[in-house]
Design a protein around this ligand. Structure first.
Ligand code: NAD
Length: 338
């Protein structure tokens, strides 16, 4: 039995808590917000995010961040924008031999750093790992078979996470390509937003397939420029996560995109849906592509649509009207030190 703390009592944090408890571990969940904890304690559920899921009383809920002390594993389930703040708060209490496992998918605003880099800065003495892949909280919490990837520069830590979290309904693969897994997880939110726009515009399956296929090419282009391995993008953290996000109504990125495609202003759509990490990630990926000198056509059109007032149909027209080329043309695949 492992002793696990989870930071964040949102949909994903709680779904992991339910899964870890089911796997026989001791689980504590921290939230910054007392009202979130009160709601879960009062109703025994988190209806808005995990409908139909009972949150067992054996999961300890607290607002005391010192709960991370002496844990085998500290899982971070907070949206990207708040990660650094929460990690700085937790750092004084975290024991040196605890593994820190990030689950947030995105890049840090302004610095454009990946989450593992942010965490390495916050927890310099700890081993950092990331968990990513196709894993909707709503399904994970209900015990629907799910596969994910754990990646870390420390293979022993990956093996440990794989061993303690894998169970009958949750299968964990190990991948040593940390940057590839992180870029796959972050950028699929951008492509899922664009996929929602395509759906909102009422386009067909052909258009969606085109977007997803060229989307994974684009994710791979950015990943390789940052030092990732090409084959990672054919795996769970690449095409796997892209499929689940672009095709499901569980995806808040896709749902926001659908509203935008139907004519709702982008900021209003994001407000209506809630946590839409693809929105800020589009800006970050656009900036990162410029910095690295790589071309990301879908991200660029989505950026113009979200932040410069371009209309959805115009963005689609611009993508379709680009100069024709070879499907496997890789002239932009230059590796950079990152
Ligand atoms: N929902 C999913 O299916 C899913 C799957 C895989 C990964 N993830 C990742 O997990 C992360 C969390 O997603 P989620 O769906 O649980 O989000 P959510 O919106 O359901 O929950 C976010 C939680 O973060 C905490 N939080 C919010 N603002 C905070 C602040 N300022 N300071 C401290 N804590 C704050 C709160 O406890 C809140 O409940 C995201 O980065 C997401 O990419 C989510």
């Amino acid at each position: 039995m492992a002793d696990i703390a989870i930071l964040g009592s949102g949909g994903f944090g709680l779904s992991l808590a339910v899964m870890c408890l089911r796997a026989g571990h001791k689980v504590t969940v921290w939230s910054k917000f007392q009202d979130e904890i009160d709601t879960i304690n009062r109703t025994g559920s988190l209806k808005a995010k995990l409908p139909g899921v009972k949150i067992p009383k054996e999961i300890r809920l607290t607002t005391d961040i010192s709960c991370v002390k002496d844990k085998d594993l500290v899982i971070v389930g907070i949206p990207t924008s708040f990660i650094r703040g929460v990690c700085i708060e937790a750092a004084p209490y975290v024991s040196k031999n605890s593994i820190i496992l990030n689950t947030a998918k995105g890049l840090e605003n302004n610095t454009l750093k990946t989450m593992s880099v942010v965490m390495r800065e916050c927890f310099p003495d700890n081993t950092i790992a990331i968990l990513t892949g196709p894993s909707h909280a709503e399904e994970l919490a209900r015990g629907i078979p799910t596969t994910v990837v754990v990646a870390s520069e420390n293979r022993e830590a990956s093996n440990y996470v794989q061993e303690i979290l894998s169970n009958q309904t949750f299968r964990v693969y190990v991948n040593d390509d940390v940057i590839g897994c992180e870029i796959g997880g972050a950028l699929k939110n951008v492509i899922a937003l664009a996929a929602g726009v395509i759906d909102g515009l009422g386009m067909g399956d052909n258009t969606k397939a085109a977007l997803m296929t060229r989307g994974i090419k684009e994710i791979r282009t950015l990943g390789i420029a940052m030092g990732a391995k090409s084959e990672t993008f054919a795996g769970l953290s690449g095409i796997g996560d892209l499929i689940v996000t672009c095709c499901s109504m569980h995806s808040r990125n896709r749902r926001a995109g659908i509203l935008i495609g139907k004519g709702v202003a982008p900021d209003e759509a994001v407000e209506q849906v809630g946590t839409v990490e693809g929105y800020v990630c589009t800006q970050n990926a656009y900036d990162l592509a410029k910095k690295l000198g790589v071309e990301l056509p879908i991200t660029e059109q989505l950026y113009k649509l979200l932040f410069e007032g371009e209309k959805p149909y115009e963005a689609l027209k611009n993508l379709m009207g680009r100069p024709v080329k070879n499907e496997t043309e890789d002239q932009f695949l230059v590796r950079h030190e990152f």
